[in-house]
Design a protein around this ligand. Structure first.
Ligand code: SIN
Length: 196
């Protein structure tokens, strides 16, 4: 499957009118930081919920057997915790390539949570894979999601590693995400039951 969003993202928004560019990560961008940044801060966004509803054909699965990775869905009272990075424009060359399987850059208000508890609002960017992209898998039960994750593997490794690393990163941030926790609990059970 080729749902390449690189060109779409390049044309998407001008970054020239940003004094500072903040990027909010809520999935692998929290724990796999393979890009340079100027500063980072725990942060959250409002009105979005993290869901394992996006297919991964290029990182954590294959076109024949896609894995499942995180995207965001609109939910009015939701809060999604993650990590914000202040970056330069050049970073998007790499990130657009990394997030090319259906993710589009969107503008959003990012709330930085400083060590003293102060909240600072910044205008920034996030990558979202919405239901219109071809790789989108959509909603199913958390148990089904865990089964698919347990069975998937791609060029970036086991799909289970993605979930385990995200769950750990959210715990380290002190973030409470019941969706991730539930899938993680099912996955732990599945891996324990797996014959070695
Ligand atoms: C993100 O982490 O913010 C986007 C989704 C991903 O790369 O896992």
């Amino acid at each position: 499957m080729n749902v390449n969003t690189i060109e779409l993202n390049r044309a998407r928004q001008s970054l020239e009118d940003y004094d500072e560019i903040w990027l909010f990560g809520y999935g692998s961008l929290i724990y796999k930081v393979d890009f340079p940044y100027l500063e980072k801060s725990p942060a959250y966004i409002q009105g979005w919920a993290r869901r394992f509803w996006q297919g991964s054909h290029d990182h954590r699965g294959t076109p024949e057997k896609p894995g499942r990775v995180a995207t965001l869905i609109k939910q009015s009272n939701a809060r999604c915790d993650g990590m914000a990075y202040r970056v330069t424009e050049g970073v998007f060359e790499h990130l657009d390539h990394r997030e090319k399987n259906g993710y589009l850059r969107h503008e959003v208000s990012i709330m930085l949570v400083k060590e003293n508890g102060q909240i600072i609002k910044k205008r920034g960017l996030i990558y979202i894979a919405d239901e219109d992209n071809e790789a989108y898998l959509g909603e199913t039960s958390e148990q089904q999601i865990a089964c698919q994750i347990a069975a998937s593997c791609g060029p970036s490794g086991e799909n289970s590693e993605y979930l385990i690393a995200l769950d750990q990163a959210l715990t380290d941030l002190g973030a409470d995400d019941q969706h991730v926790k539930n899938i993680s609990a099912y996955l732990t059970q599945l891996l324990a039951d797996k014959p070695s």
